[in-house]
Design a protein around this ligand. Structure first.
Ligand code: ASP
Length: 424
């Protein structure tokens, strides 16, 4: 019998997970069963993916760059990647601002809902605020300062330090390229075989994906928060989902227009990564799968994907910046805080920077939202309620954001590869 394709297996895992969460999650014994015996399977999967992410980025980036053979091609890849990432992020923020100003979802939230929200989410909102204070104290050049690791091995100990790792590996590989060929050879051999091993490991981890996705989704459905609140904030949620659908259409269109790859080819190629993104809510955990899909299904050569995907997972989060634009204006509409045109332009700038600075992890976007709100002088006394509102519906939206974030990275990989003649 022909084996079912991986994305179908994962999809079945998602459906069974939803059913299990709904059916047994309503009973206490069912909740305990999910928490103690099912959820850990999903957690192991996320840990496996995170475990492989740092070695995979180091080896595949080093292999990718040294395979390029010269430094000029690398600077062309780097320049195009950064330009495209900035462009797609700004498109996302402007799209978000347009939608939220046209549809004004803030008009539909009643004052009773606001009171209930502040009761339910006070604690979580305060936790997020604590994270924010650390981030908010940074100066304008701190981004660049932090790009340089003080200690490479310490950077490899933290997945959130991916940009520092990339900085070191690019520097290392460029210097390797400048050496005579016979000195390059042993390290190149090492990168080749280490890379083959890591890819085998990713394949092995992915065999486990359908079961893990089942576990993650069942656990999620079982402890989902109050559906009534979701309804109250439905207008915000719908607008964000609509915006994300436009972003996805935008990616498929540019891929079609520039690389002549059909929407079906593109979407089918990245589907396994999208499904993993949906279940893990983390672009970083999904990174090994994104790279595999981009290379094997979309035909992007490794030299390109090994640079574009890890950089994208860390800095390019279009759906996160879209959310920040919509959410910031939405809470201002609900709480009656007027925004001038100048304020909206400030949102374009801060939402772009905030999405670059956001960690590729669950709900990271909400933490950065505070910075955007503070930039438009949102009253700090109202911040907890604003966050409470957004957090109450954030879980499903975060899952979708992650899907769109990794789709954007994949689209940019295809475009950069095409522009350099490195697309099959
Ligand atoms: N969870 C998102 C990601 O990892 C970030 C966010 O928008 O919260 O891509």
């Amino acid at each position: 019998m022909k084996k079912l394709a991986l994305h179908w297996q994962i999809l079945i895992g998602i459906i069974l997970g939803v059913l299990t969460g709904l059916l047994i999650g309503q009973f206490d014994w069912g909740n305990d069963l999910i928490k103690d015996w099912i959820k850990p399977i999903g957690t192991i999967f996320i840990r496996l993916l995170k475990m492989i992410a740092v070695p995979l980025v180091i080896i595949s980036l080093a292999k990718g760059i040294t395979d390029l053979g010269d430094v000029n091609t690398l600077s062309r890849i780097g320049g195009r990647t950064i330009a495209l990432y900035l462009m797609t992020t700004v498109v996302a923020v402007v799209l978000g601002l347009t939608l939220v100003n046209v549809f004004q979802p803030g008009k539909y939230v009643s004052s009773e809902t606001l009171t209930e929200l502040s009761k339910d989410y006070q604690g979580t909102a305060q936790e997020k605020m604590a994270n924010v204070n650390e981030t908010a104290e940074k100066g304008p050049l701190d981004f660049f300062v932090e790009l340089v690791p003080e200690n490479f091995f310490a950077a490899t100990g933290k997945n959130s330090m991916m940009l520092q790792i990339i900085f070191f590996v690019v520097f290392f590989s460029v210097c390797l390229l400048l050496l005579p060929a016979e000195q390059q050879y042993p390290l190149k051999q090492l990168f080749d075989s280490a890379n083959a091993v890591l890819l085998k490991m990713v394949d092995g981890i992915m065999l486990f994906a359908p079961y893990a996705v089942f576990a993650l989704i069942a656990a999620l459905v079982a402890d989902t928060s109050n559906p009534e609140l979701f309804q109250a904030l439905l207008s915000y949620a719908i607008l964000l989902v609509f915006g994300m659908a436009i972003l996805l259409a935008f990616y498929t269109l540019i891929v079609y227009w520039y690389a002549k790859k059909s929407p079906r080819f593109f979407l089918k190629g990245i589907l396994p990564a999208q499904l993993v993104a949906l279940s893990t809510s983390s672009s970083m955990a999904t990174l090994p799968v994104t790279m595999e899909c981009v290379e094997e299904n979309l035909g992007v050569e490794k030299e390109v994907s090994s640079f574009v995907c890890p950089v994208g997972a860390t800095v390019n989060m279009d759906a996160t910046s879209l959310m920040q634009a919509i959410a910031a204006v939405f809470v201002c509409q609900v709480l009656g805080h007027d925004l001038s045109i100048g304020d909206q332009l400030t949102i374009v700038l801060t939402a772009t920077l905030a999405s670059i600075g956001a960690a590729a992890a669950p709900s990271a976007g909400v933490v950065m939202l505070v910075i955007v709100l503070e930039s438009v002088k949102f009253p700090s006394a109202s911040l907890p309620i604003a966050l409470a509102m957004i957090l109450s519906v954030d879980r499903p939206l975060d899952m979708l954001r992650t899907v769109i974030n990794i789709s954007g990275d994949s689209a940019v990989s295809v475009i950069v590869a095409k522009s350099l003649g490195k697309l099959d």
